[in-house]
Design a protein around this ligand. Structure first.
Ligand SMILES: Cc1ncc(COP(=O)(O)O)c(C=O)c1O
Length: 101
């Protein structure tokens, strides 16, 4: 990534708007799938853990790793496997709210 003036200006604005007195960093991505994959890379680097929790039925994008986290098979996954095994797949909060206990 080559930072340019507009990118840096927007990142600084977002950092200033983010609540808290901790150090802040901003990275901008072109697509949701790219944001999801980079969030996982950052979390892995920080935690040194590889597991990922993805809600069942959720959509996380069409790239190979993002689609491996996506819960919906049709039309996103059918015929495109094998995928990375999802570490944990709890029901989505919406499903959990409506499911009988
Ligand atoms: C929660 C979530 N993650 C990822 C994506 C993927 O975004 P994109 O299609 O820009 O890669 C979407 C798109 O709707 C989304 O809603």
């Amino acid at each position: 990534m080559v930072p340019y003036e507009g990118y840096i200006a927007l990142a600084e604005k977002l950092n200033a708007l983010t609540p808290g007195s901790h150090a802040k960093k901003t990275a901008l991505f072109s697509t949701g799938a790219e944001a999801v994959e980079n969030a996982i890379k950052i979390a892995r680097s920080y935690t040194k853990r590889s597991g990922v929790i993805a809600f069942g039925g959720a959509f996380h994008g069409r790239s190979l790793f993002a689609v491996s986290l996506t819960g919906k098979v049709m039309p996103y996954k059918a015929g495109f496997g094998p995928f990375r095994r999802r570490s944990t797949t709890p029901p989505s909060p919406a499903t959990a709210r409506t499911s009988p206990r």
